[in-house]
Design a protein around this ligand. Structure first.
Ligand SMILES: NC(=O)c1ccc[n+]([C@@H]2O[C@H](COP(=O)([O-])OP(=O)(O)OC[C@H]3O[C@@H](n4cnc5c(N)ncnc54)[C@H](O)[C@@H]3O)[C@@H](O)[C@H]2O)c1
Length: 256
C-alpha cells in the first residue's frame, strides 16, 4: 500500500513508535491522518507538528474504538489503513495479579479485536482495507521477565495471522510489526526491559521507515531488527535448542 491519498489512523500516535509512524506517514501526504491516543495533549502536540488530526481513544474500550473510527469516517471518509499500535508493557510473572493480566490483555490484544470488529464490515463491503498490528518480537520469541507481555504479544501475532488468512482472499491486507527494543518511553516501564533490550535498541524513526517499506511491499511480517527473522527460524528449527539458548541469555542478563 502506498500511503499517499489514503486515510490513516495510528493509535498510540502520541509517543514512541506511533508518533514516529505518524511523522513518517505525513511525508507521504495521506488524505487524512489521525493521531489517536489516551493522552490527548500529547496527541495534539504530535498532530500539530505534522498537520494531522488528534483524537482521543481508549483502545481497551470498544465504544471508544467505535467513536474513533466513526469520527475519522465523518471527517475523511473510510479508513484505508488502521495501525493498531497503542500498547503497554511491564515486567511480571505467574505471581502477577489476575487484574494486571487482564489489563494488559485488554490493551494489547482486545483493542485489535475491537478495531477489527468495527472495521471489517465496511472493508469487506469495499473489498479493501489494511490492518497494521504492532505486536513485538516478544510475540514470536519471548520477553525474559515479562510473562504478560510475552503472552499478549503472541496473541496479537495470532490475531493478525488469523485476520490475514481469513480475509486475505476478500481484499483485506494485514501486516504485523514485530520489533525488538525500540528507544521509547515503554522501555522505562521496567528496569528488566532496559537490561534485556538496550543493547540492540533502535530509534523509533528506523522502525517507521521499515514500516513504510513493509507496507509498500505488503509483507505480513515487518521486522525492523533483521536478527529476529533468524531467531524465529532457529526457534522453529529446534525448539529445545532455542529454549536452551534463552535460558543461557537469562543467566547472563539476570544472574541470580
Ligand atoms: N519500545 C519497544 O521496545 C517495543 C518493542 C516491541 C513492540 N513495541 C510495541 O510498540 C507499541 C508502541 O509502543 P512504544 O514503545 O511506542 O510505547 P510508548 O509508551 O512510547 O507509546 C505508547 C502509546 O500508547 C498510548 N496508550 C497506552 N494505552 C492506551 C490506551 N488504552 N488507549 C490509547 N492509547 C494508549 C500511550 O499513551 C502512548 O502514547 C506497543 O504496542 C508496544 O508493545 C514496543
Amino acid at each position: 500500500m502506498n500511503i499517499t491519498d489514503r486515510v490513516v489512523v495510528v493509535t498510540g500516535g502520541a509517543s514512541g513508535i506511533g508518533a514516529a509512524m505518524a511523522r513518517r506517514f505525513a511525508k507521504e501526504k495521506p488524505s487524512g491522518l489521525i493521531v489517536a491516543d489516551l493522552d490527548v495533549a500529547a496527541a495534539e502536540k504530535v498532530a500539530s507538528e505534522i498537520g494531522a488530526t488528534p483524537l482521543h481513544v481508549d483502545v481497551a474500550d470498544p465504544d471508544s474504538n467505535d467513536r474513533l473510527i466513526d469520527d475519522t469516517e465523518d471527517r475523511f471518509g473510510p479508513v484505508d489503513l488502521f495501525c493498531a499500535n497503542a500498547g503497554i508493557g511491564f515486567a511480571g510473572d505467574e505471581q502477577t495479579a489476575p487484574e494486571r493480566w487482564d489489563f494488559m490483555w485488554q490493551v494489547n490484544v482486545m483493542s485489535h479485536v475491537h478495531a477489527a470488529r468495527r472495521l471489517l464490515p465496511g472493508w469487506l463491503a469495499r473489498g479493501d482495507g489494511y490492518f497494521l498490528s504492532t505486536a513485538s518480537a516478544a510475540g514470536l520469541l519471548t520477553n525474559l521477565k515479562a510473562a504478560q507481555y510475552s503472552v499478549t504479544e503472541h496473541a496479537a501475532v495470532a490475531f493478525a495471522e488469523w485476520l490475514a488468512i481469513t480475509y486475505g482472499d476478500q481484499g483485506i491486507k494485514v501486516s504485523c510489526l514485530c520489533p525488538m527494543g525500540v528507544k521509547t518511553p515503554l522501555l522505562d516501564s521496567a528496569d528488566e526491559f532496559h537490561a534485556l533490550l538496550d543493547p540492540l535498541a533502535i530509534e523509533p524513526g528506523e522502525v517507521a521507515d521499515t514500516v513504510v517499506a513493509g507496507l509498500s511491499e505488503e509483507h505480513f511480517l515487518i521486522l525492523p531488527h533483521s536478527d529476529v527473522s533468524q531467531f524465529f527460524q532457529n526457534k522453529a528449527n529446534d525448539y529445545d535448542r532455542w529454549i536452551g539458548g534463552m535460558k543461557r541469555l537469562q543467566r547472563t542478563v539476570f544472574p541470580t
